[in-house]
Each structure stands twice: as C-alpha cells, then as structure tokens.
Design a protein around this ligand. Sequence first.
Ligand code: NAD
Length: 481
Amino acid sequence: MEAIGNYINGEVVAPASGAFLDNVDPATGQVYGKIPDSDERDIERAVAAARDAFPVWSTTPAAERTKIMLRIADLLEKNLDAFAQAECVDNGKPLSLARSVDIPRAVANTRFFGTAITHFASEAHAMDDQAINYTLRNPRGVVGTISPWNLPLYLFTWKVAPAIATGNTVVAKPSEITPMTAFMYGAVCKSAGLPPGVLNIVHGLGAKTGAALVAHQDVPTISFTGGTVTGRSIAGTTAPMFKKVSLEMGGKNPNIVFADAAIDQALSGSVRASFANQGQICLCGSRLFVEESVYDVFVDMFVGMAKKLKVGDPLAKDSDQGAVVSKAHLEKIRGYVALAKEEGGEILCGGQSPQLINDRCKDGFYFEPTVIAGLDASCRVNQEEIFGPVVSIIPFKDEDEVIAYANGTDYGLSASVWTQDITRAHRVAARLQSGTVWVNTWLLRDLRVPFGGMKSSGVGREGGLEALRFFTEPKNVCVKL
Ligand code: NAD
C-alpha cells in the first residue's frame, strides 16, 4: 500500500510523528493508501523552508517565475490521465469529470496566474502639480493555503498559483480526505524547476496540521476554502494576529426559474447545478425555485431527468454520478433526507443508496440523485448546506417573493436566474445577495472575475486581479514635485 509523504524544501519527507492516516477510495470503501499524520513540527519545518526560499523567489523576475509556472502547467497537462485517475480514485467523482473539468482547470489556474503576473500593474495618483503617488505591490512572505476535498487539485491550484506567481512562498495543506493529486503536483513542480521551499505541501488533519499552519506567527497570509464552521475558527485565530485572510466557505445557492425561461435550457442547467460532482460543489443550486405557473410541468420533467442520471462506478465511462466522498459524508446526506421527511417533505425521486452497482463497488458510498418537494423555505433542509445530490424544489408567485426566499439564508455564494426577459434578469441580479449571479447558465467561470461569497459564504474575493491584490501588500509612495 502506497504511503505518500510531505513535500518540504523540494524533498518528499515522512511526518515527524512517523504516523500515517488511512486514505479511503470512496468507490470501494476500501483503504488504498496512507497519508502523513503531520503535526506542528512538520508545519514548523515547512514554514522554515518557505521563509528561507522567500528572499530569492520574491526577487526573481516575474518573467522567470512565469517560465517555471508554464513548465508546471505543461507537465501537468502532459500527465492529465494519471492525475485524472488519481483524482477519481481519491474523491469518487466520475473519471470523465476529472478528465474534462478538474485537471484541465488545474492546468488553466497554473497557466493563467503564471502569465497574469506579467500583466499586473499598480496604480498612480497625480495630485495636480504638487506630487505624484504610486503604489508598489510586494509579495507578503509565507502564505498558508488550506483547501477542501470536493475539487481537490482545482482549488489547491486556485490558491497556490496566484500566491507563488506574486512572489510569495507557500505552505499548502490539502484536504486529508483527498491528498493524492496535491502530492503529485509537488513532483511536477520539482521536475519543472520550481526552487526548493517555494511550495511546500503538508498533509494531515485539519484540527491539527491545518490549525498549526493558521496559528503560525511567521505565516501572515491565509487563504482558506472549506466549510463555514472551519472558516469561523480560522477567523477566530487569525483576527487577533492581524493576518490577511481570505475565506471561501459554504453555500445554499438559489436556482431561480421564471415562467418565461427557455425551459429546456433551464432544465438541463438546473440538473447540472443540482447534481454535478454528486452535488458536492459549493456553487451547486441546492434550492430550486420555480414560478408557480410552470411548476408542475417543470417538476415532472426535472424529476424525469434526475431519474435518468446513472449512479455508477466512477471508473465506468457511462456513469453520470460517482460516489460521495466518504462514509461520514454519506451518513450526513442520509441524515438530511430523513430530516426532510420529518419536516414534511415529499421525496419525488432518490432518497436512498442505489442497488448494487458492481461487486467492486459493493461497499462504496453512493447516493441517488434526490429531489424533495413540499418544504417551507425556512426549514432546516432549506437553510443548511447538505453538499450532496439533494435538491429541494419550491414554487414561487412573483419576483419579490422569490428574492425574499433566495436572500433568506445565512449564505450568499452564488445564484442562477433563468429568464428570457433581459430587464428582469438585470433587476433580479442586482437584488440578490450573492457573490456571483449567473443568468441562463451555471458554473460558467472566467478566471479574471472576482470570486467569493457574501454573509456566511465568505470574506474577500479571489480570482483575477483580486487574487493578485490579495497576495500582495500595497505600499503608497508619495513624491513631492
Ligand atoms: P472543511 O472546512 O472541513 O475542510 C477544508 C480544509 O480545512 C481541509 O483541508 C481541512 O483539513 C482544513 N481544516 C479543517 N479544520 C481546520 C482547522 N480547525 N484549522 C485549519 N484547517 C482546518 O471543508 P470540506 O468538508 O473539506 O469542504 C466542504 C466545504 O467547503 C463545503 O462547505 C463547501 O461549500 C466549501 N467549499 C467552498 C468553496 C468556495 O469557493 N466558497 C469551494 C469549495 C468548497
């Protein structure tokens, strides 16, 4: 059984404790590897390597950093199949999804931020003929990145790429549930010539390894993506230390279908928004609001499409849905479906694990695409993040009512609006409390746009210039003329 190591100062090393955690393949439910159970000693070692690498890396010309990052992207692309296979086994997502979305996006993140740095400009402010101000944007030092399991390499590179592009050095803590592609990325960075210590990857549990990184006094910048409860704990540690923190957290996103929508487009988009990656995307539209006049027809067709999705072995070409990420997560999803029944919901389809998929998958963690109707917008199932293949459908009368529903949660990450009325689209988009609003689409991502959430979904923005600004420290220089 393969045991992976931490990647510190350009070398793969065992954890200081000598202890390892099990890595489980969700498709089979079997342990298939071991990952370091790192603690504060490993974090200390990684931070020291990052601190030592910072003076040279931060003064390496941007064009040189770009060259190395492009080599990393090329190597990753060349090994796309191996990375996609590893992501599929680690996470349970369909291999086809890892091949078409996760790994290509990790390549794109690396390439985009690797080149973005050469286009990054700062501001100048002339004060008539008295003075000129200009802004310097310097790297901040050692950055700590913490990423989740749902889009493992995609979100790992979303943070690591802009952080190193801007001249910082990094200690990265991938999710302990899906460590494999981050481990492989370390090897690619080494082959591409990234100097030792620029990127260090420490594996382990959130409450131990992650918490030690967050609390380290020599890590002034933390970029986190994960659950809101974890984000709150990170905010609690970092606020009195005055760290610069970006928090990308949970969502309970509204997906709003008006009667004047192009119904076929709204249907296929809503099915994707509900069930892609087994519903384990922070941006999934887990609350589906449908205007009353088309509600019955829409629900019939939507349920028909959900029933056709094939839950199967993630390695099989014809599987639309793979396994959910862990046994604990499967139990959480089951718990919410039971709660939906208690709260008066009607299960229109799914609601359980599928029949045996094949012998290999008999102990895996599978759940059918599930559609629930009849729940009040304020009940727990419609307020709390489930993060699985479960969607709740709610009818609405008019624009005011649906905006009140949509905004009536603690979250504010993303929303989709389906309508052919362009005026309505802009009006509704402006009123939604949401970091991103999609009109007649879902999960169409441009790496240049600000990305993040409002309310309990996030603090700050990443993506494009926002990321380059987040990972740099602005300094104004005022020159008297
Ligand atoms: P999680 O919060 O449990 O874990 C995320 C990461 O934080 C992991 O690496 C984990 O080890 C680490 N961690 C856990 N406790 C920690 C602590 N006390 N200190 C430091 N680090 C700690 O989240 P998850 O279950 O891995 O991911 C699912 C969640 O992520 C969902 O809520 C989802 O909505 C959210 N998410 C948000 C976005 C976004 O962009 N807003 C994207 C993807 C996922």
